[in-house]
Design a protein around this ligand. Structure first.
Ligand code: OSB
Ligand code: MG
Length: 368
C-alpha cells in the first residue's frame, strides 16, 4: 500500500453517566481518531488513551504528539507497507503502545477494506456473535449500585464487573451476590488500588465465587500478584500489567495470573493482541476482551477479537448505549446479551459523517 497521509481527529463524547473507578471519575471522553488514506482505501483507528495519565502512562495529548512527531513520519517512504509492517517500522520508538495501536489499526482497516476482508476473518474469529459483560463503576451507595446492576441485567448483559477500591469492595460484592443470586457471572476490577499487605482483606471476597479479581496491585508488581495468588482463592486476572505477549507469558509462568484481560491498545495493537491470545491459549489460560470506553470504531474491532476461540469469558464489549447516547457509527445494539461480529470489509463500520462532524473538536492532516 502507498499511504497518502494520516488525519488526526479529536472528538468529544459525553458519557451517558459518570464512570467512577479507583483512579478517577470520567464524565466525557476526549478521543483521538486516525484516518489513514491510501490510493485504494481509507482506514480508521481509535486511540484508547484517556485524557489523563491515571490508568496508564499514556494520555491523549501525548499520543497525538508522538504520532505527529515520530510515528506517522516513521511510515514515510515505505511504498510496500502493510499492517504487519507497522509495528517493526515503529519499533525504534519506545513504549507509546496505545498510539502505535491506533496507527496499526487504521492501516489494517485500510488494507482489509481494500481487500474486501473483515477484521474478524483476518484475526481468526470463530463466532459471528459474542456474549457481553458490563463494567459497573463505583457508586455513591449500595442502593444506587443495585439499581444500576438491575438495569444492566434487564438489558441482557451476561456478566457484571464491579469496580472496587478500599472501602468499596466486600460490601458491594456481598450486596450484588445476595440480591441477584449465585448464578450471576460476577467479577471485580481494582485498577491497582491495593497492596500485597491487603491479601487477607482481599481473601474476604473468596466466599462470593467471583470469576476473577482484576489487577489488584501495581502494574509493575508481577511478583506481588504471584504472592497474592497464594493467599486469595479468587483467580487473579491482569489488565494494566500485560503490555505484550512476552509479558503475558512471563506473568503466567510466574504464577501471577490465571486469567488475562486483552486490550489491544494496551499491548500495541490487534496483531499483538492476537499473539497475547495465542500465548494464553497455549498455557490454557482463558482470556477476555477488555474495553476502554471505545466508540463504535474500537468496539467493532474488539468484538471481532472477542470472537477468537480463546476468548472464553464474556468481555467488556458493551453496547453503544452503555457509554454514549449517540455513537459515531451505527450503534452496536445488544441482542440476547450478545453483539454481532461485523462481517463487512475492514471494521465493517465507519463514522457517520454528520455525527462525526458534530463531535469533532480539531483535525490535522499529516501528509506522507
Ligand atoms: O480497567 O478495564 C479497565 C475503562 C477505562 C479504563 C480502564 C478500564 C475501563 C473499564 C470499562 O473497566 C471497560 C469498558 O466497558 O469499555
Ligand atoms: Mg481493568
Amino acid at each position: 500500500m502507498k499511504l497518502t497521509g494520516v488525519e488526526l481527529r479529536r472528538i468529544r463524547m459525553p458519557l451517558v453517566a459518570p464512570f467512577r473507578t479507583s483512579f478517577g471519575t470520567q464524565t466525557e471522553r476526549d478521543i483521538l481518531l486516525l484516518r489513514v488514506v491510501t490510493a485504494e482505501a481509507e482506514g480508521w483507528g481509535e486511540c484508547v488513551a484517556l485524557a489523563d495519565p491515571f490508568y496508564s502512562a499514556e494520555y491523549v495529548d501525548a499520543a497525538a504528539d508522538v504520532l505527529r512527531r515520530y510515528l506517522v513520519p516513521a511510515l514515510a517512504g515505505r511504498p510496500g507497507l502493510d499492517a504487519v509492517g507497522v509495528a517493526p517500522a515503529l519499533a525504534p520508538v519506545k513504549g507509546h503502545r496505545m498510539a502505535k495501536a491506533a496507527l496499526e489499526m487504521a492501516v489494517l482497516d485500510a488494507e482489509l477494506r481494500g481487500q474486501g476482508r473483515s477484521f474478524g476473518r483476518e484475526l481468526g474469529a470463530v463466532r459471528d456473535r459474542v456474549p457481553c459483560g458490563v463494567s459497573v463503576g463505583i457508586m455513591g451507595s449500595i442502593g444506587e449500585l443495585l439499581d444500576a446492576v438491575e438495569g444492566y441485567l434487564d438489558a441482557g448483559y451476561v456478566r457484571i464487573k464491579l469496580k472496587i477500591e478500599p472501602g468499596w469492595d466486600v460490601a458491594p460484592v456481598r450486596a450484588v451476590r445476595e440480591r441477584f443470586g449465585d448464578e450471576l457471572l460476577l467479577q471485580v476490577d481494582a485498577n491497582t488500588a491495593y497492596r500485597v499487605s491487603d491479601a487477607r482483606h482481599l481473601a474476604r471476597l473468596d466466599p462470593f465465587d467471583l470469576l476473577l479479581i482484576e489487577q489488584p496491585l501495581d502494574e509493575e508488581d508481577i511478583h506481588g500478584h504471584a504472592e497474592l495468588a497464594r493467599t486469595v482463592r479468587t483467580p487473579i486476572c491482569l489488565d494494566e500489567s500485560i503490555t505484550s505477549a512476552a509479558t503475558a507469558a512471563d506473568a503466567i509462568r510466574r504464577g501471577a495470573c490465571a486469567v488475562v484481560n486483552v486490550k489491544p491498545g494496551r499491548v500495541g495493537g490487534y496483531l499483538e493482541a492476537r499473539r497475547v491470545h495465542d500465548v494464553c491459549a497455549a498455557h490454557g489460560v482463558p482470556v477476555w476482551c477488555g474495553g476502554m470506553l471505545e466508540t463504535g470504531l474500537g468496539r467493532a474491532a474488539n468484538v471481532a477479537l472477542a470472537a477468537l476461540p480463546g476468548f472464553t469469558l464474556p468481555g467488556d464489549t458493551s453496547a453503544s448505549d452503555r457509554y454514549y447516547r449517540t455513537d459515531v457509527t451505527v450503534p452496536f445494539v445488544l441482542d440476547g446479551g450478545h453483539l454481532p461480529v461485523p462481517a463487512g470489509p475492514g471494521l465493517g463500520v465507519a463514522p457517520l459523517p454528520d455525527r462525526l462532524a458534530e463531535v469533532t473538536t480539531a483535525t490535522e492532516w499529516l501528509p506522507l
